[in-house]
Design a protein around this ligand. Structure first.
Ligand code: ITT
Length: 192
């Protein structure tokens, strides 16, 4: 059994599917953790580590935690670690996207490069392993597609046919996405 330091049921289910019957995953609520796990570092690596450390320290269980950010070159790496609350309100994707589009007004297409990066920190016994998944792409000037979540409708991956993540089926996105890639490495390691 291993703990995934998240309350996001969708992420839990996805991971359990990838791990199959060989390893059971429990979310925070399933280990009785109802308090807010601190996530106040200034890097994705720091936040993933902080969440994993918290579970290890308070519950003594092997665990892993993730953090994801969108890094836009023209904005010097923003929103990065602030991706969830860039528009001022946590988890309000419309506001987050509006702020990004506003700040990128007039930036030519060749300078609209960006990437999603996911970091997973695994704490097993006394050892800590970090896994990283990334996908390169561009920020479009307007939204395309209703699928996915977060910044998906304005992110066009380089590997693809011009569609945004918001226009892709979940399986298509997962096959090339930052999170899909980080999770694949974790699963390989755990089942290896
Ligand atoms: P937790 O409860 O697991 O912490 P979260 O919303 O903070 O959920 P992440 O740390 O994975 O999720 O991601 C931070 C933000 O980055 C998220 O709120 C979205 O705005 C954005 N984001 C993450 N993954 C994304 C994806 O696959 N597509 C589009 N936006 C994404």
């Amino acid at each position: 059994m291993i703990v995934f330091a998240t309350n996001n049921a969708h992420k839990l289910e996805e991971l359990q599917q990838m791990l199959g019957d060989e390893m059971e995953i429990r979310g925070l609520s399933q280990i009785g953790c109802t308090e807010d796990v601190p996530e106040t570092a200034d890097t994705l690596e720091g936040n993933a580590r902080m969440k994993a450390d918290y579970v290890k320290e308070h519950y003594g269980l092997d665990c892993f935690a993730d953090d994801t950010g969108l890094e836009i070159d023209a904005l010097h790496g923003a929103p990065g670690v602030f991706s969830a609350r860039y528009g001022g309100v946590a988890h309000d994707s419309d506001r987050n996207i509006e702020r990004v589009l506003r700040e990128m007004e007039g930036v030519p297409i060749e300078q609209r490069t960006a990437r999603f990066r996911t970091i997973i920190c695994l704490m097993q016994g006394d050892s800590c392993h970090m896994f990283e998944g990334r996908v390169e792409g561009r920020i479009l000037t307007e939204r395309h597609g209703e699928g996915g979540f977060g910044y998906d409708s304005i992110f066009q991956p380089i590997e693809g046919d011009g569609r945004t993540f918001g226009e892709m089926a979940p399986e298509e996105k997962n096959a090339i996405s930052h999170r899909g890639r980080a999770v694949a490495q974790l699963v390989n390691y755990l089942l290896g």
